[in-house]
Ligand binder design. Structure first.
Ligand code: ALA
Length: 635
């Protein structure tokens, strides 16, 4: 087997290495996921569990990852199967490392797609594609949902084709950097992208922090995040969200920091490097992550609206609210483009890092040339993302995000911390960490690594598991979607408001929806319908025509639609000055059967675990065979 085992690349400069490692960590997690999680979990209430998680989980795991990585590099391994194998020297060890390959591989499948949206939106901002013009209204929520293929309507996009095209551009840009290698690729891109990212962040933070008060003020936004709130400290979900955020943002439990650290020299420091990487990431997360999206949303929409925006998902903050704000301020051309480029750059420096373990494995362990390894990676990357794009409307992206971006990280970190502190042994582990250290890590962390981190991780996993079982959240239940056809031609605003779940209206709505969900599950297919609805000022919406799938019409007749839309206060506000007259609109309705799509997605993810397990098994078996053969020959 041709192998590059002896000649692995090394980082050329310390600054290049630190910028690349910081780029690995700094990503969409910092600028979208962090504000989203913080706002959805009580703002100030989130920050205490967040910083505690940073200290007891994030930092220790960062040091563990760097230490394992450098150790592996010394033994010519760039990925966790080989690293664990050389640390533990037991036949099972290499298999425990499989998640250090499969988790990042599955992670890039959905992450690069989001990265592609950021690039597309930078383009849209520059071109003014989401500006409303006379004759073409742009409803940004619908615009985003049609761009990804989530919406049942086609006002702005026919389907996710354009998103797929941007994905291809993004994946080729990633492959270009990866193909160039550690120095000419990863280090080079870190040196360009990170200063640029910092500059863009500063420009945007300055723009947002100097915004005059509108529906709210910047100070209210910052107060919301930084006023400590102790009332939610006993709520487990806030702690779980904080721990999950720390893992995602630091790229911990992904096997990627280990790969980056494997390009260090055997005597290079890991203690200070690990701390610097985490600090740079936290600096960008806490400063730019808090100074841009949330204060801007508070100024533009008001404080009360922010938790609701956050609860509707991180993407809504980035792609809908921020686009709305930029457009509203008349700043979409420059500032909108800068915002989306900032997101894209942050994501790009992470995605190349997260793809690196698979590439390193194919080169270091499977012995492929850079060219062949890149080709194989590209094929598996594109093929694996196809279900994410095509099945996005069924929740495929969220599914992969859950398994690899949430559960997978914590699961692999738990394995890694137990191996490091209990199997390899904290004595040896600590000595490894301190070897060549340019920083004296306080000894309390030795205690934390052995007695706190692994146990907290196992507890977090246990909680998640219990929560998933109790809330039945792993069952792919059908979802209901609707949208206005011909929206682009109608000026003014459509509004609807879902009542709170525990209100009588909310309970009634849930009962109505359950009827349709049950029918979808029984039929095992999507059910679609189109309703012509009359909206008159001050009156409840009235259904004048209802056509579509006969099963749907049978279980949900026109009266069902009328009540369902009415409960959500579906309403239309014409533009100022326009006559307020009854309006007839066609609403497209879709109830989606998700089970098949979700199981395909899960099988794809499991497929990567299986492929890597088989590869590991055959590579190591082959090595054993060669060893035995050469042993026999020399005997
Ligand atoms: N750590 C990367 C992020 O924050 C994956 O997005």
């Amino acid at each position: 087997m041709a192998s590059s085992r002896g000649g692995r690349e090394r980082w050329k400069s310390r600054i290049g290495m630190i910028l690349a490692a910081a780029g690995n960590a700094v990503g969409i997690g910092n600028l979208l996921r962090f504000p989203g999680q913080a706002a959805a979990n009580g703002g100030g209430a989130f920050m205490i569990p967040y910083f505690v998680s940073l200290l007891v989980l994030g930092l220790p795991m960062m040091w563990i990852a760097w230490t394992i990585g450098r150790f592996g590099g010394r033994h010519h391994h760039g990925t966790t199967p080989g690293m664990f194998d050389s640390m533990i020297r037991r036949p099972y060890a290499k298999y425990l490392g499989v998640l250090g390959l499969a988790v990042p591989m599955v992670f890039i499948l959905f992450y690069t797609y989001i990265e592609a949206w950021c690039l597309a939106y930078a383009w849209f901002s520059w071109r003014g594609s989401y500006l409303s013009t006379p004759g073409r209204t742009v409803d940004l929520n619908l615009f985003f949902n049609e761009f990804t293929g989530m919406a049942p309507t086609h006002n702005y996009f026919a389907g996710p084709e354009l998103a797929a095209l941007f994905f291809l551009i993004t994946v080729f840009a990633n492959m270009f950097v990866l193909y160039r290698g550690v120095n000419r690729g990863l280090e080079w891109v870190g040196k360009i992208a990170m200063p640029l990212l910092f500059l863009f962040g500063l420009v945007l933070a300055f723009k947002v922090l100097t915004l005059p008060a509108m529906k709210g003020s910047v100070a209210e936004g910052l107060n919301f995040l930084y006023n400590p709130d102790f009332s939610l400290l006993l709520t487990p979900t806030v702690w779980l969200a904080a721990a999950g955020q720390i893992f995602f943002t630091l790229s911990i439990g992904m096997g990627t920091m280990e790969t980056y650290a494997s390009y260090l020299r055997p005597d290079d420091d890991v203690a200070l490097n690990g701390l610097t990487t985490a600090s740079l990431n936290e600096f960008i997360e806490v400063i730019f992550g808090s100074a841009i999206a949330i204060p801007a949303a508070v100024v533009f929409f008001g404080l009360a609206a922010v938790p609701e925006i956050a609860a509707s998902g991180s993407f809504n903050i980035g792609m809908v609210s921020m686009a709305e704000i930029m457009r509203g301020l008349g700043a979409e051309h420059w500032f909108g483009t800068i915002w989306f480029l900032l997101l894209f750059l942050a994501a790009f420096t992470s995605s190349v890092a997260v793809a690196q373990p698979a590439l390193a494995f194919l080169e270091d362990e499977a012995g492929l040339s850079r060219q062949s390894a890149s080709g194989v990676l590209l094929i598996f990357w594109v093929l694996g993302t196809l279900p994410v794009i095509l099945l996005f409307r069924y929740g495929a992206l969220a599914e992969l995000d859950f398994w690899s971006g949430t559960l997978g990280l914590v699961f692999f970190a738990a394995i890694e911390s137990i191996l490091f502190a209990w199997v390899f042994g904290i004595e040896r582990g600590w000595k490894e960490l301190m070897h060549g250290a340019q920083l004296r890590v306080p000894r309390v962390f030795r205690f934390v690594m052995k007695w706190v981190t692994p146990f907290v991780l196992v507890a977090v996993l246990g909680f998640w598991f219990l929560d998933a079982i109790m809330t039945n959240s792993l069952a792919p239940t059908p979802t209901l979607h609707w949208g206005v056809e011909g929206r682009a031609a109608l000026p003014g605003d459509f509004a609807h408001l879902r009542p709170a779940e525990d209100s009588p209206a909310g309970e009634r709505l849930a009962t109505l929806e359950e009827t349709v969900r049950r029918a979808v599950s029984a039929e095992r297919r999507d059910l679609a319908g189109w309703a012509v609805i009359e909206l008159a000022p001050g009156a409840s919406p009235k259904v004048v025509e209802w056509t579509g799938d006969p099963t749907l019409i049978e279980i949900a007749p026109a009266a069902w639609v009328e009540e369902w839309v009415g409960l959500q206060s579906f309403d239309y506000t014409p533009p100022p000055g326009a006559p307020v007259a009854p309006l007839r609109v066609t609403v497209a309705f879709e109830a989606r059967y998700r089970a098949l799509a979700i199981w395909i997605t899960r099988w794809v993810a499991l497929g990567y675990v299986a492929i890597f397990t088989i590869l590991i098994h055959s590579i190591w078996s082959e090595r054993r065979r060669l060893r035995e053969e050469s042993g026999r020959e020399s005997a």
